[in-house]
Design a protein around this ligand. Sequence first.
Ligand code: DLL
Length: 441
Amino acid sequence: MEHRIWNKEMECMKRSDLEKLQLERLKALIDYCDKNVKFYHDRFEKNNITADRIKTLSDIQYIPYTTKTDLRDNYPFGLFAVPKKELVRIHASSGTTGNPTVVGYTRDDLENWSEQVARLVTAAGATDETVVQICFGYGMFTGALGLHYGLEKIGATVVPTSSGNTEKQLKFMRDFGTDAIVATPSYCLYLAECAREKAGEFPMDNYKLKLGLLGSEGCTPEMRTQIEERWGGGFFCTDNYGMSELNGPGMSGECYMRNGLHINEDHFLCEVIDSQTGDVLEPGSTGELVVTNLTKRGIPMIRYRTRDITNINYEPCKCGRTTARMSKIIGRSDDMLKIRGVNVFPSQIESALIGITSIGPHYQLVVRREGFSDTLEVRVELIDASLLEIYSELEKLRKKIHDRIKAILGIEIKVSLVEPKTLERFTGKAKRVLDLRGESK
Ligand code: DLL
């Protein structure tokens, strides 16, 4: 893959110039929101905020946070800053409870969004020669259309297969010489498994896949290695992050160095806060990511609490870009499992499991309440069902997994080894946690 920079002027800017631009854009945004969104106008009035009073970037901390609840309370269009006539697209993200969060884009927003994605896919190694299959669901989810237009912008050949229909996906990959794929890590892994199952009929060298633009859910480096090995042939994946409230994909993504996700900082001003106290943390600290979308016009977001846990590194990257890089998402503050007083992120368990031979990369975490205590069961799939017959081997493996996870979490857990291909596979975002605590008596 080639190493180009899509927009050198913006991606390699001097930090002082970038901060100057961010401040200008922040002031303009405050002014814009004050005039066009009642929700922000009322908040600014209450907190005595005007664009003139913002003298430095850190003055942003005087503005209250915006949350998903604010979006839901103003469903569907209450936080929009433009009349419907100026909107050219609407997306929504399906929450598990309550109203979905609805977001709208003006023509300029779509242009900015494509630009943001174009930079990140270029950083990952895509070019105008790339044939890329988009295996995200087309529809209200932002993943497919977001990457679609960014990839078209750089001149890549987009194959919009959408999600599901795995046999067809694989056929197109072989027949079209697809060399890049856009998918969730879990679906990319599943596709590789299906390809391998059919390797008798269609050997793996029928696939030309070189680049995976993965995202929309977490993927530890250990899981990434598994995915790459299963595809083989030098397959290389990058991690891409975003959320519908902030356009969708395009906020940040890894370059080929894979040392953090480059943030499109001229569009997104990021802070990291303590999710309990709400205090802004020192640069480099780990905490909840809060983002202000500096250029959004349809539905501007000021200090949006993402609930995603990360940290930000402001050192320039070896790839030549000067934009700050966020670490892979460690977890979500609201998805963090609290088990017997201990904070558990599914990603910690994923890292511990992967690399153990005899088990596959699929797992499920089941949390229950037994009496007054919470229990965590880690279900892991065996690669070879014949192991189930050899009790002593099975016990040895179970103990190994148990000890490894216990050493990391410091709490007792139960490990269940299940037959190959019995855990659910996902075509979209994987759901690995089954929290049954609400169902206990
Ligand atoms: O998932 C946008 C997206 C699409 C990003 C395609 C990248 C690629 P939502 O459906 O609104 O938007 O979900 C946003 O998904 O707050 C994170 O918790 C999670 N998430 C997204 N990307 C990553 C990632 C899209 N790379 C929510 N790693 C976010 C970990 C991710 N979590």
